[in-house]
Design a protein around this ligand. Structure first.
Ligand SMILES: Cc1cc2nc3c(=O)[nH]c(=O)nc-3n(C[C@H](O)[C@H](O)[C@H](O)COP(=O)(O)OP(=O)(O)OC[C@H]3O[C@@H](n4cnc5c(N)ncnc54)[C@H](O)[C@@H]3O)c2cc1C
Length: 516
């Protein structure tokens, strides 16, 4: 760095600014000018990591490709879970982190990473308490059992009064305090392109494109990837999860798996990539386009109480009232990840039958009248014709269903409750496809949250947290309530300590540094 530039950076008062250089000058800086910690992604995981690293006294650079901070917290439900948090204890609910661990293991079909799950559950309560301390307001009902997912054994999910935005507000305030205090440099509209490594394969920074379109090398003693999942990246889904490519991504567009791809290029192994859960899901219109009402249907007992679900072959495929997990598994087997919700005139008039989240009865009536989302016909044959399914098979399916009700028997899928015979015209149906809320695959890490390769060897100086490690590590092959947002914060706070300690002890030889 030229003397004049050095002086400018010092005058600006930003220690971290010293670590940012144009590629041309990338070999010309001093090791002790570097940021200790460079965090990629100012979202759910990255913000707490930056706060904690700053409190440790680290020189921190936090970058985000968006023009704003918050990542998925802007749209997320923000449910978090943890045993023996103060808010749970105030309600005298008996719980333990061991129970939390066991519940999560069970729901994830014993496929979660045991060490990481233990780490997340053991430290969950202090994460929730910390959030309360910084001003997060939870609903009076918290903790609850969440019906969208298979139940924990006790209520231990906490919900912000304004969902995840209740978490984001106080987190952002805390972040701003650290930025004001100095030593924490936030760079928005700065996209990480790839990681920089020295001759010894140590990670020494990130190449970025800044808001002016310039490619820069940002050097740092450690890099934490907190860049989220790949729900918005259809190419990655085609490669890893072809079954769910048609599913609609309901998160924000930044989730393009950048961190996963960057880490893989430096030798990181990936885990759980073949697993991606799609919820049923998204309401489609007659042209096969997802509607505005891209709501989630995964908890039918609360809506479509009486309806049945019919696949493209004209058959039912699941007990519509089974657990969310059973429904999701059955759904994943359906052709084109699609089915129809079918009901008759009687069900339509019974208000409880047509009550779906984010889709009021009035709006549904309007959709029936407009005829662009909900199909209405006078006969089952006509309905089959409109749905392009075999009419004989559809009639057989309905007859079988009605007969089981007549004889008061469980039907072939074990459904016995909340059923009415389908016999009163007109008949109605609408199409449902998949929704994706988060991704299960991601970067493999060890229990120090260091990124590892195929042989479990650490890639020195590189860490990963949040959805970029893939939710499968903590959820296995299920969806475990509050186990994405919460662990992102827990691991964010933890990794800051680990990375800073590593940075303090790291001797970086100037001559070893070269752009990746
Ligand atoms: C609608 C919805 C509801 C949900 N509800 C819940 C819930 O109730 N409970 C729960 O546990 N989970 C829930 N989830 C999942 C959960 O919100 C996410 O898994 C979690 O918030 C992800 O946090 P993160 O920090 O890993 O990523 P994010 O919060 O997505 O942050 C990643 C950040 O990295 C930035 N970034 C990405 N690539 C780059 C790059 N190349 N360079 C620089 N910056 C980059 C992004 O711009 C973003 O700001 C929900 C998800 C959705 C979509």
């Amino acid at each position: 760095m030229k003397r004049r530039e050095l002086l400018k950076a010092t005058v600006l008062g930003s220690s971290a600014a010293l670590a940012v250089m144009n590629t041309k000058n990338s070999n010309a800086h001093e090791a002790n000018d570097q940021a200790d910690v460079l965090i990629v992604g100012a979202g759910n995981a990255g913000i707490p990591a930056a706060i904690e690293a700053s409190d440790m006294g680290a020189k921190v650079i936090l970058i985000d490709k968006n023009a704003f901070v918050g990542g998925m917290l802007i749209v997320s439900g923000g449910h978090i879970s943890g045993a023996n948090a103060k808010i749970q204890m105030r309600k005298n609910i008996k719980d333990s982190y061991e129970k939390h661990y066991q519940d999560a293991m069970r729901i994830g079909k014993y496929k979660a990473d045991s060490e990481l799950l233990a780490l997340a559950t053991e430290h969950a309560a202090s994460m929730v308490d910390w959030l309360e301390k910084i001003g997060v307001e939870f609903t009076d009902e918290s903790p609850i059992l969440v019906d969208d997912h298979d139940h924990y054994s006790v209520p231990r999910t906490y919900v912000g009064v304004n969902l995840a935005r209740s978490l984001l507000g106080p987190l952002k305030k805390e972040l701003d305090k650290r930025i004001k205090r100095g030593g924490l440099d936030l760079k928005l509209e700065t996209k990480a392109l790839h990681l920089l490594q020295d001759d010894n394969k140590e990670i020494i920074g990130v190449k970025v494109r800044n808001k002016n379109g310039d490619a820069l090398d940002i050097f740092a003693k450690t890099v934490i990837l907190a860049s989220g999942g790949y729900g918005a990246n259809k190419d990655m889904q085609k490669k890893f999860n072809p079954k769910v490519v048609s599913a609609k991504w309901v998160g924000l567009p930044h989730a393009t798996g950048d961190g996963i791809n960057m880490a893989q290029k430096v030798g990181a192994s990936l885990s759980y990539m073949d697993h991606l859960i799609s919820y049923p899901g998204t309401v489609f219109d007659l042209k096969g386009v997802p509607t505005e009402i891209s709501t989630r249907l995964q908890f039918p007992p609360k809506h479509f109480t009486q309806s049945i679900w019919i696949n493209k072959k004209g058959r039912r495929f699941v007990n519509e009232h089974t657990t969310p997990d059973n429904r999701e598994v059955a759904f994943l087997d359906q052709e084109e990840l699609f089915f129809y919700v079918l009901f008759d005139a009687r069900m339509r008039t019974e208000r409880d039958s047509l009550d779906i989240r984010n889709w009021s009865s009035k709006e549904m009536d309007q959709a029936i009248n407009e005829g662009n989302v909900i199909i209405k016909t006078d006969t089952i044959d006509q309905l089959a014709g409109k749905l392009k399914i075999n009419p004989t098979r559809l009639s057989e399916t309905i007859l079988k269903y009605n007969t089981a009700i007549d004889s008061n028997q469980n039907d072939e899928f074990g459904r016995k409750e909340k059923r009415l015979k389908i016999l009163q015209p007109p008949y109605y149906a609408f199409g449902v496809g998949g929704s994706v809320l988060n991704t299960h695959g991601g970067i493999s890490i060890n229990s120090s949250l260091e990124v590892i390769d195929e042989n479990s060897r650490v890639i020195p100086g590189l860490y990963a947290i949040g959805e970029t490690i893939g939710n499968g590590h903590l959820m296995g092959e299920g969806v475990v309530s509050g186990m994405s947002v919460g662990p992102a914060i827990t691991f964010g706070r933890m990794v800051a300590k680990t990375a800073f300690r590593y940075a303090q002890n790291k001797h970086v030889s100037k001559k070893n540094q070269k752009p990746y």
